[in-house]
Design a protein around this ligand. Structure first.
Ligand SMILES: [Zn+2]
Length: 252
């Protein structure tokens, strides 16, 4: 884990994780998993789809939105990439952290963002216990290994529980995460990259950025493996509040 925890917290966390893994093992025994993309039984994401995932082109998009210097993604939330993100986030396919983080690192190399630290979108404690892992944190761990850029998970925390964004409408998403995050004074002067798995409305990354901005962070960028944003995503009446434009979209 990236987070600093005390010895007793670490002990209970290990018990918690052990219980989650045991429950997953039992569930797999009774109801064998199937690949989230092709349905092949006994895999959450099968080797054939994993191979294909490596060949999904990286289409780096960079969008200017409120609070963030840029919101970036490595491709649209559709097809194989969507299946991979869903298996990683909801089906316990932790092994996808490496290939998905690989996409983020390639995007970073293209974008050449001046960042001092990588920050995962934090999960509320109850959600973390329920899922057993924070998918953004797993991505950050892999990014640290691949880039050497340090992770600073402790500069940002989720201060209240929120509903799952995927189940909400556009407006509900905004309200759901409003003021849900707080940053520490350590963010002062840092240029950071906030990492998430998917940017559906961008609301979560923007709220994280707002919290970091309040504490004096320098440049603040957000990056997600996939996005389902479009230029018509912004409500018409709020158009002037946002500078939004697809600056470029490049396939490599
Ligand atoms: Zn498959």
């Amino acid at each position: 884990m990236l987070t600093d925890v005390t010895a007793s917290e670490s002990y209970f966390r290990r018990i918690e994780l052990g219980a989650v893994r045991a429950a997953e093992w039992l569930q797999d025994l009774v109801f064998p998993p199937s690949c989230s993309h092709c349905g092949r039984v006994d895999f959450r994401f099968c080797p054939a789809c994993l191979y294909e995932l490596e060949h999904v082109p990286i289409a780096v998009s960079q969008l200017r939105v409120e609070s963030l210097d840029a919101l970036c993604a490595t491709g649209g939330h559709r097809g194989l990439l969507q299946s991979a993100v869903q298996a990683f986030k909801y089906d316990g396919a932790r092994e996808l952290a490496m290939p998905l983080a690989g996409r983020l690192v390639k995007a970073l190399r293209i974008l050449k963002l001046p960042i001092d630290a990588i920050v995962p979108v934090p999960l509320f404690a109850d959600r973390l216990a329920e899922r057993g892992y924070n998918q953004s944190e797993l991505l950050c761990q892999q990014m640290v290994l691949k880039t050497g850029i340090p992770a600073r998970p402790n500069v940002l925390k989720r201060i209240r529980e929120t509903s799952q964004q995927a189940l909400l409408s556009e407006e509900e998403r905004r309200k759901n995460v409003r003021d849900a995050f707080a940053a520490s004074a350590d963010a002062n002067g840092l240029s950071v990259l906030i990492v998430d798995d998917v940017a559906t409305s961008g609301s979560t990354l923007r709220e994280c950025a707002k919290a970091l901005r309040k504490q004096g962070a320098g440049h603040i960028y957000g990056i997600a493996v996939s996005h389902s944003l479009s230029s018509d995503w912004f409500p018409q009446e709020e158009d002037d509040e946002y500078q939004h434009s697809w600056r470029w979209d490049q396939n490599i």
